[in-house]
Every structure is written in C-alpha cells, then in structure tokens.
Design a protein around this ligand. Structure first.
Ligand code: 2BA
Length: 108
C-alpha cells in the first residue's frame, strides 16, 4: 500500500479532490502553507493500493495546473529575510507529489 502526499494549489483542490473521490479514492485535505511564498496551499493525503498509484497521479496531473505567482515580501521569511521586499515571479505547481510506502493501515 502507498500513501500519496500531493501539495496542490488551493484553486485546484476542490476539483481534484472531487475527481479522486469519484474514481473511488479515499482523500483527506489538509490546509497547508508553502515555506517559500508563505501562502496557503492544500495537501491531499491519498491512501491506496500499489496498483492504483499511477491512476491517482494521472488524476492529479489532469487537474493541477502550473501557475506563475509573484512572491510577496513575506516570502523572505523562508530565506532568513535576506530577500526582503523584492517581489519575484516564480512558477508554482501543478502539484508536488510524494509517494510513501505504508507499513500498515487500520481502520478501527
Ligand atoms: P512554496 O514553498 O511556497 O514554493 C512556491 C514556489 O516557489 C515553488 O513552486 C518554487 O517554484 C519556488 N521556490 C520554493 N522554494 C524556493 C527557494 N528556496 N528558492 C527559490 N524559489 C523557491 P513548487 O516547487 O511547485 O512548490 C509548490 C509548493 O509545494 C511549495 O510552496 C511547498 O509548499 C511544496 N513543496 C515543494 N517542494 C517541496 C519539498 N521538497 N518538500 C516539501 N514541500 C515542498
């Protein structure tokens, strides 16, 4: 079994969660923030059998789009405030995906 951690843009999270749920995946949404831009994003936890991992990643790829975002002065917090108040355009996402092996899953 695998646990997929997918960090996605807030604007994509509702659509991709709905698509995953519709395809039969269990999904948990966490409200998170990126350490660089210091703005909100969404982390999806998806527990699934090994053979369904690629299908889940395909759904994430289909619904998560790449965007350009301008960093705000607060983005400097993640860099020890060395880049204070110099807005930069950065490319964000589609999605940042980690696939972890799960030793055990239990529902009690
Ligand atoms: P943030 O940390 O807010 O990063 C937003 C975007 O800023 C990144 O997009 C990247 O283009 C840029 N960026 C991040 N760190 C940077 C740095 N030290 N110097 C210059 N530019 C930097 P993505 O790579 O698509 O990442 C989107 C979000 O995914 C991140 O938001 C973070 O929440 C998460 N993420 C990305 N890589 C990660 C990792 N290795 N571990 C944990 N979370 C990660």
């Amino acid at each position: 079994m695998k646990l997929i951690l997918a960090i996605v843009n807030n604007d994509d999270s509702a659509r991709v969660s709905a698509a995953l749920t519709e395809a039969g995946f269990g999904v948990t949404k966490l409200t998170t923030s990126g350490g660089f831009l210091m703005v909100g994003n969404t982390t999806l936890l998806i527990g699934t059998e090994d053979e369904n991992t690629d299908k889940a990643i395909g759904i994430l790829e289909h619904h998560c789009t790449t965007r350009k975002q301008v960093s705000s002065p607060t983005a400097s917090y993640g860099l020890g405030m060395t880049h204070m108040s110099v807005p930069e355009e950065v490319q964000v996402g589609g999605a940042t995906i980690f696939v972890l092996d799960v030793a055990q899953m239990k529902k009690i």
